[in-house]
Design a protein around this ligand. Structure first.
Ligand SMILES: C[S@@+](CC[C@H](N)C(=O)[O-])C[C@H]1O[C@@H](n2cnc3c(N)ncnc32)[C@H](O)[C@@H]1O
Length: 195
């Protein structure tokens, strides 16, 4: 069930995007935080960041998930070298097929705005994290440029207002919530802890 347009899906699988997001975006999102234990990446796409996450955090066992079987296939092909450290699984973030409290951390990179009911996705992340588990990510904000981009591209989306994002994290009972703007307010970075 592809949720992105063909152009956007091709961009997410491209080499320039892989290099940029892995080298620039992901370190900004993680902000020096070390990942260990069971880590879930939601909306992992073609695994552009998963490989970098796995290489930089050898103590993390990563489940990379995405709703789109084409992305799941591309991620599997890209991540095969990591052996049992990385598993790729098709999953809808609004109905995660994982037991409550399983994960030590969840990473969400530029995907929530494609989950039209992203508030529901945040509730699901809270469910599958263990107490003390961390939720880290970033997404496009409801800026003029992001609106124009998505109108042209016609994929289903609901752009995120950072205040609504903070509110949704609070509603899902997260604590120690940080939401900050980046790239001239085009994106918002967030982190939060399950109490
Ligand atoms: C813009 S791409 C980002 C991919 C990757 N995180 C990256 O930074 O390269 C958004 C991804 O979210 C996935 N996605 C959209 N809705 C989803 C849902 N409900 N559950 C899981 N994945 C979803 C799409 O299939 C797509 O691969």
């Amino acid at each position: 069930m592809p949720v992105m347009s063909k152009v956007e899906a091709a961009f997410c699988r491209s080499e320039p995007w892989r290099a940029f997001t892995a080298k620039v975006v992901m370190p900004w999102v993680l902000n020096g935080e070390g990942l260990a234990g069971e880590v879930l990446e939601i909306g992992a796409g073609a695994g552009a960041n998963t490989a970098a996450l796995a290489a930089a955090h050898p103590r993390a066992t990563i489940t990379a998930s995405d709703i789109d079987p084409v992305m799941v296939g591309a991620a599997r092909a890209r991540l095969t070298n990591f052996g049992t450290q990385v598993t790729v699984q098709q999953a809808d973030t609004t109905r995660l097929p994982f037991e409550a409290g399983r994960f030590d951390a969840t990473v969400s990179l530029l995907m929530l705005h494609h989950v039209v009911d992203w508030q529901r996705a945040i509730t699901e992340v809270a469910r599958v994290l263990r107490p003390g588990g961390r939720f880290l990510g970033y997404d496009l904000t409801a800026s003029r440029s992001a609106k124009a981009l998505h109108l042209a591209d016609r994929s289903a989306h609901q752009l995120i207002n950072p205040y609504q994002l903070r509110h949704a994290l609070e509603e899902a009972r997260f604590v120690d919530i940080t939401v900050t703007h980046g790239l001239g307010r085009l994106v918002a970075r967030f982190d939060a802890t399950k109490p």
